[in-house]
Design a protein around this ligand. Structure first.
Ligand code: HEC
Length: 96
């Protein structure tokens, strides 16, 4: 009985940081974007009427494409953070 409860508690403790790590951090994304992404295009490019990105998936691959092509070595989470930042402020696709 006791070991069952402590196993459950242990599992909860294990899961808690995982949940936080997985959530995209828009503030981190904004900072990364500010430092790395404004040398070629300003944020205007995200708001132009004929912008090329049409879906969230496409947005993520565009972020990855621009990062890779500029020797910016980001982890998946950083790509996700910047994607979430751009989506929240400019693209407004459904995040689900
Ligand atoms: C070396 C220059 C350069 C840098 C640095 C750069 N980009 Fe780009 N980016 C481009 C070019 C060129 C395009 C395509 C412009 C066009 O289609 O007219 C583009 C397009 C985009 C688009 C698509 C805009 C649309 O039409 O919807 C996104 C999103 C984007 N970049 C994100 C980023 C992000 C995020 C970074 C930082 C990792 C970044 N870019 C850094 C050159 C750059």
């Amino acid at each position: 009985m006791i070991s069952w409860v402590s196993t459950l508690l242990f599992l909860c403790l294990l899961m808690a940081p995982l949940v936080t790590i997985q959530a995209e951090d828009i503030n981190v994304g904004q900072e990364l974007h500010q430092k790395n992404c404004l040398s070629c295009h300003q944020t205007k490019i995200y708001e132009r009427t004929d912008r090329t990105v049409k879906t969230l998936k496409h947005l993520r691959s565009q972020v990855l494409f621009c990062a890779v092509n500029n020797d910016i070595e980001w982890f998946d989470e950083e790509i996700d953070d910047v994607t979430a930042y751009l989506n929240t402020f400019y693209y407004l696709f459904d995040m689900k």
